[in-house]
Design a protein around this ligand. Structure first.
Ligand SMILES: [Cu+2]
Length: 122
């Protein structure tokens, strides 16, 4: 009798562990998005970037003055500063909603030279 109960307990505990493990996997996926890195330069042009909610995009540069701003459209202008101009920068943004977002450098003619990017968040 006692042995049968113990077996039942073992089966239940094992079942619980399997179910708990299955429940944890998707939760972990939701919490940890992936990170995409951009080398932010006015000597490059940037294709639109597709990311998912929870993902992070980092903009890094060194040795030249740049900033990061958001813009209301893919056109240059209407800059809202997100990161002040600096010669060595490390800015990151994590997306918590879907949508299309535009970023540009507002220093000099950098945006017109191609230093802007469209990020699509699905
Ligand atoms: Cu720049």
């Amino acid at each position: 009798m006692s042995r049968a109960l113990n077996m039942k307990t073992v089966v239940l505990v094992s079942l619980f562990a399997v179910l708990a493990g299955a429940a944890l996997v998707p939760a972990r996926r939701l919490l940890a998005g992936s990170t995409q890195s951009l080398v932010w330069s006015n000597h490059m042009t940037y294709d639109p970037l597709d990311v998912k909610v929870g993902d992070t995009v980092t903009f890094t540069w060194s040795g030249k003055l740049h900033d990061v701003t958001s813009t209301p459209s893919p056109a240059c202008g209407g800059y809202t500063s997100l990161y002040e101009p600096t010669e060595d920068g490390d800015f990151s943004v994590t997306f918590n909603e879907t949508g299309t977002f535009y970023y540009a450098c507002s220093v000099g003619d950098h945006c017109d030279e191609g230093q802007k990017i469209t990020i699509n968040v699905a």
